[in-house]
Write a protein that binds this ligand. Structure first.
Ligand SMILES: *Cc1c(COP(=O)(O)O)cnc(C)c1O
Length: 496
């Protein structure tokens, strides 16, 4: 029997996995979640002998049960190929007594590639399975990395178009250049005068607009999402935690059944939620350490049980985590409310109306595996400098937030469990902040000069993704107000 998915806001809204992938967000504004979290059906000892493709199939088939074996294997092998600059796909590097899970070896050198390399295949397969007649329009809000990874994944994919909204002054120079130089006639990139939350709320509003949905349908289009609200992004992210465990077994760092801790630099709560799902599948994970930057809304939530977005939005050196409304937290809330859509919908309504909600003691008890922590920008820069000086390994700003939070946790708790830090971006993507953290003599140097210098001091070669944009022409230069998003979408699609 197929595993069904239902909305976190309405238990009656049930769909298959491929329908959930196709829709992205449920019509009621909720997110699709599996009715039961499936278990791994391979013994943990076996993970040591499995490569990335095999691990991906073992995990994904448990969730995406209405895809055939042939379809899933086709999606996996098409996604995780030479677009990655290493055959391992996700290397696990040991430095400073910690394991850094390098999730940035894909086409756009951030961890978003892990899911967005496969999402276009999952989605076009889902469109065929469900006889979708309309052209799919991927609508995406980005804090910098999702945008490029989704563009790279969907560019020139027949039957799809992609529109990306990014905060004009809220992304790094490399992130912006990567997006605005995107080729492909089906791509559209637009800056908005606002922050990531404005972009994300605007996109969610377009999804929820029934009138607009009808207009699109009449013109032969339907919306879907490449944001981590799409279950098709979450499921591929579970894979690398399972894979990391297999690597630790293989190298003898862990014995089968021993737990590992996981540390994740968090923004929209997608990556760490995937780790939580991995744990629920039976993977031996101890603590889930949720690292925030100065936008520490999640840290406060784990400390107090109160989620409160009413605070200043701070632009930091880890822009992909500059978020005050963490969308995927809704999936955890639903879960700890006892899979209760009514209770979850009530809390989400409070969030949209007053900007905050508070959960019960019982719910707090159910999320006690999560530990919140945060690092300031000064601490993050110090962490990059320290790890480089002591080990020669260069962390990007996001990974450094996690690394710093982990070190503080370990010192405080004395917990010596092996820890895997999700290393979410290549330092090349945030070369300015990284180099300035290593030595103040780099302040004021040109972006590409910094990149060459980073290559020299780290002994790594400049990734293809950076070489590509060095001299690439800008193809997208549109900047709009945050209330003009609907008009911009219609213009791109040619709808009057
Ligand atoms: C998106 C992103 C994050 C945050 O991940 P979430 O799944 O949104 O919590 C962290 N680091 C980098 C580099 C990212 O691109």
């Amino acid at each position: 029997m197929d595993l069904m998915f239902r909305s976190t806001r309405n238990a009656e809204n049930r769909v298959t996995a491929s329908q959930a992938v196709l829709k992205g967000l449920a019509e009621d504004g909720g997110l699709y979640v599996p009715e039961q979290l499936p278990k791994l059906d391979v013994p943990v000892e076996a993970l040591a002998g499995m490569n990335y493709h095999e691990t991906a199939y073992a995990v994904m088939k448990q969730f995406l049960t209405d895809y055939t074996e042939e379809e899933l294997k086709y999606c996996i092998s098409s996604a995780y190929d030479e677009k990655f600059d290493t055959e391992e796909i996700v290397p696990l590097k040991k430095a400073d007594g910690t394991y850094y899970l390098e999730l940035f070896h894909g086409a756009t050198i951030a961890f978003k590639d892990m899911a967005l390399s496969i999402l276009p295949y999952l989605m076009t397969t889902a469109a065929k399975k469900n006889q979708e007649k309309n052209e799919i329009v991927i609508l995406t809000a980005t804090s910098g990395d999702t945008g490029k990874a989704a563009l790279a994944g969907f560019a020139d994919v027949p039957g799809t178009r992609i529109i990306v909204f990014y905060p004009k002054n809220g992304v790094s120079a490399v992130q912006e250049k990567q997006m605005v130089t995107q080729k492909g006639a089906n791509t559209c990139v637009i800056g908005i005068r606002g922050n990531f939350d404005d972009a994300q709320s605007g996109v969610k509003k377009l999804f929820g607009d029934a009138e607009l949905g009808k207009e699109l349908d009449r013109s032969g289009f339907c919306f879907s999402s490449a944001n981590s609200i799409n279950i098709g992004r979450l499921v591929p992210q579970i894979v690398y935690y399972v894979y990391a465990y297999g690597r630790l077994l293989k190298s003898g760092e862990l014995k089968a059944g021993e737990v590992m801790n996981v540390v994740v630099p968090t923004g929209n709560f997608g990556n760490i939620l995937a780790a939580f799902y991995a744990k629920n599948m039976g993977l031996p994970i101890g603590r889930l350490i949720c690292a925030s930057n100065e936008n520490r809304v999640l840290f406060d939530f784990f400390e107090t049980g109160v989620y409160d977005r009413n605070r200043e939005f701070i632009l930091t050196s880890s822009p992909s985590m500059d978020i005050l409304i963490s969308s995927n937290l809704e999936r955890l809330i639903f879960r700890i409310a006892g899979d209760n859509a009514v209770e979850n919908a009530k809390l989400m309504k409070q969030l949209s109306e007053s900007g905050s909600y508070s959960i019960s003691e019982e719910m707090r008890e159910r999320m006690k595996d999560f530990i919140g922590g945060y690092a300031t920008q000064e601490e993050t820069a110090e962490e990059i400098g320290r790890v480089y000086k002591e080990t020669g390994y260069v962390l990007d700003t996001h990974t450094a937030v996690a690394s710093c939070v982990y070190r503080k946790y370990r010192d405080r708790s004395g917990d010596g469990t092996a820890a895997v830090v999700a290393s979410t971006a290549s330092p090349y993507k945030f070369a300015r902040s990284v180099m300035e953290a290593i030595d103040s003599k780099y302040c004021g140097m040109d972006d590409f000069a910094l990149i060459d210098e980073l290559s020299r001091i780290s002994g790594t070669s400049v990734p293809r993704a950076i070489e590509e944009i060095r001299n690439a022409p800008v193809l997208h230069d549109k900047v709009i107000e945050k209330d003009q998003m609907e008009a911009a979408v219609k213009e791109f699609l040619g709808i009057k």
